[in-house]
Design a protein around this ligand. Sequence first.
Ligand SMILES: O=P(O)(O)OC[C@@]1(O)O[C@H](CO)[C@@H](O)[C@@H]1O
Length: 310
Amino acid sequence: MILTVTLNTALDITYRVPSLKPHASHRVSEVTVRPGGKGINAARVLAALGHEVTVTGFAGGATGRELRDRLASQAPGVVDALVPVAGATRRTTAVVDARTGDTTQFNEPGPVVGPAEWATLQDVYKELLGSVSAVALCGSLPPGLPVGAYAGLIRTARAAGVPVLLDTSGEALRRGVAARPDIIKPNAAELAELTGSHEPLRAAQDARRRGARAVVASLGADGLLAHTPDGIWRAAPPARVQGNPTGAGDSVVAGLLSALAENLPWPDRLARAAALSTATVLSPAAGEFDRQAYEKLLGQVAVTAEVNAA
Ligand SMILES: O=P(O)(O)OC[C@@]1(O)O[C@H](CO)[C@@H](O)[C@@H]1O
């Protein structure tokens, strides 16, 4: 069983408009609503790959109810261990410009989580850790939670002997890295913010020095860069694809955990993660991927070892 934690879950709304223009009124040609937030997206991909997966995090209000209903109906195989909160789960809106293919994202802050709710979440998490082989901690923190929330969850996972992956940003990432997670999965901007370096290889090395055991950086169309105790690799998909990139990073997380659960070596983990990520861009909504494209891409991702010159 794999566990994903999304402290700031979201009802994900995707609007498709013919052409997005600031200051203009738009007719939305297509609306997609999905249970979301980064860990929930990763869990949906893991379940589609055939893994047993449980999600925890917070859900509250009418949006939280809708999220849970949709999880039951749209995410078969994902076990719901979400913790109720008094505040309402946020909505996040992605607007896809059909002309350019560009996506613009609006993320609400999320409900204020109180100390008693946070304590309940930590109890549920500790109990779940007893029956999982790996855990991913994903996304932003809702207001009210301590900025070291993920760092605490990482320490708990380490004490339980469960491999832990962290995918967050800003100060939560900085504190989390210091708690020594097994893997972090920043994008280029998050890695640069953490380390002050815009050179991904140097930045990944620095992030490891700060405490991450392995770093897998998602570099958009340039694919993945992995800096690990076993070596350094780049994984590049065969070509740049057009589509909705929302959730592409969550599919990297799913690919890494899926291959970790099967005990695959790093190059195979990276090939799976890069293929899933690209296949997610080709599907209309986060948490979903084009299976045919994924299977084709798996054999086409180029994974190359890099010599560490630093
Ligand atoms: O505010 P966060 O937690 O950083 O990001 C939230 C979010 O934009 O990330 C996912 C795509 O990765 C969406 O499903 C979700 O709504």
